[in-house]
Design a protein around this ligand. Structure first.
Ligand code: SF4
Length: 275
């Protein structure tokens, strides 16, 4: 998919580029028919640029100190939790997820959905929970919301499976696609925690409220959390809307694009990976 097509899927019109300084810049107009949209593009650029310039700096004073309590420690010792913590690869985590019965969500699952992507990804993207399509395929974000997520990633020059790891706050589908409950998120959290510890990403993007709350261990309102940089195990966390929400509320796609640019900017402030 061409990048312009990806941005069109986001409802953001002509090509945008991420400059070296992390600022989203209005890109080249693609053909003559789009020249009349230049003013609209500039307004959009001003909006994105303004959001980025207004972002908090990444000084320690401005960083949230939301450091979660180790859920393994919090829940007390058990052999299965210890097994999760001792996993030395994403494959080992996936094997434990597939066999897991730690919460009621295992009862109606078709497939557990541990996650997909590179084991040394710079980006970890955390969604809410598998839906029907994901439960059938065993892969996260494969339905309409997944197509939108892929378009969002492509607009940043990213691709599923290459430099990105995609997972959810719970690995099994909640019945009727309901929101996962806090005890289910807590039960599943050791898997997410271990995945992040193994991948060591440079940025985590939390899609939607359950994902943000799973990581930050605090009440989160997406509107209030947008534009702030949180931390999970010292890794920067950016919060934005879930693609399924954006499909229902396309007027907020521009805000999601601002958040992606913000996350990209935060990643550029991180040191390069040391393998
Ligand atoms: Fe286990 Fe997580 Fe599935 Fe619950 S949602 S059964 S904790 S893998």
């Amino acid at each position: 998919m061409r990048r312009a097509d990806c941005l069109a899927a986001l409802g953001l019109g002509p090509l945008w580029r991420i400059r070296q300084d992390g600022i989203a810049a209005g890109g080249a107009l693609l053909d003559g028919s789009e020249v009349s949209r230049e003013g609209e593009n500039l307004a959009q650029e001003a909006m994105v640029r303004g959001a980025l310039l207004a972002r908090p700096t990444f000084s320690d004073e401005n960083l949230s100190k939301a450091m979660p309590v180790d859920p393994v420690e919090r829940a007390g010792p058990s052999s299965s939790q210890e097994n999760v913590r001792q996993c030395e690869s994403l494959g080992e985590v996936a094997a434990l997820v597939a066999a897991c019965r730690r919460c009621v969500l295992h009862e109606q699952r078709n497939c557990a959905v541990p996650g997909v992507g590179a084991d040394s990804a710079d980006w970890v993207i955390v969604g809410e929970a598998p839906g029907a399509d994901e439960d059938a395929a065993g892969e996260p974000f494969v339905g309409q919301a997944g197509k939108l997520l892929d378009a969002m990633l492509s607009a940043l020059g990213l691709k599923r499976g290459e430099g990105v790891y995609i997972t959810n706050s719970v690995k099994c589908r909640p019945p009727n696609n309901r929101t996962p409950q806090s005890d289910e998120i807590d039960a599943c959290f050791p898997f997410l925690h271990r995945q992040i510890a193994l991948i060591k990403p440079r940025i985590i993007l939390a899609l939607g409220r359950p994902a943000a709350q799973a990581l930050l261990k605090q009440e989160v309102r997406i509107g209030a959390a947008r534009g702030k940089l949180f931390r999970f195990d010292s890794i920067p966390v950016v919060v934005t809307y879930h693609p399924a929400y954006l499909l229902r509320n396309p007027e907020d796609k521009a805000k999601a694009w601002e958040d992606l640019c913000f996350a990209h900017s935060a990643l550029l402030d991180q040191p390069a990976r040391v393998e």
